[in-house]
Design a protein around this ligand. Sequence first.
Ligand SMILES: [Zn+2]
Length: 244
Amino acid sequence: MKKLLTDAHCHAHEFGEGELRKFEEVFEVIVAVSDDLVSSKKTLELSERYLFLAPCVGVHPWALGDSDPHELARELERLVRCGRVRCLGEVGLDLAFVPQTFDKQLDFFRMVLDIAKDYDLPVNVHTAKAWRQAHEEVLAKGVRRALFHWYSGPLDVLNEIVARGYLISVNPTVKISSKHLEIAKKVPLSALTFESDGPYDYRGLRLSPWLIPEAVRLVAMERGLDEVELLEASKDNIVKFLGK
Ligand SMILES: [Zn+2]
């Protein structure tokens, strides 16, 4: 039976297999992002056994460290050539937590976007306080499919993102952040998806896919829409995002 629940951005490789099996019972698709090359390989390996996981390979801006971005991009492309990769992520730019590495982040992100373009893959993008820059880079490279995860930036950039046909994912923090809830109310259904970013602790909230139904309920209530309508929109958008 087809299920309605989806998660647009989850670090599935950090969950135990017992938990993954439980997710599999209720989630149609979990877009499984990676943090670095090691977790990218693990995500690919998990996706061979858990078909509901859509594997993304990537290096998070927090994980660039002292590595040579050219070498990382070459390794990433090697993984892409294996043919199982469904998207590139988690990748992006971060001016909130690691602004000191921004130049390196930008070098690497541009190379990742070239890979996305060359292999026609979608990108699952981290944009902490670098919303405008991340959107401009994606646009400049002509990447067709992009999802700006846990978007919390200004509304004018949000409008540009959705006008270009890119997606936004709404996080369960709508329950504790009025700012995040306000954004969730502004995203048109054509660009809306739900995510967990689990497992991650945000102000005492342990993020996991299990929080998505409650987030959907809250956003539906705030928007005066039916929950099923939001679940279907999120699922349709994720399916389109993944393509093929
Ligand atoms: Zn993440």
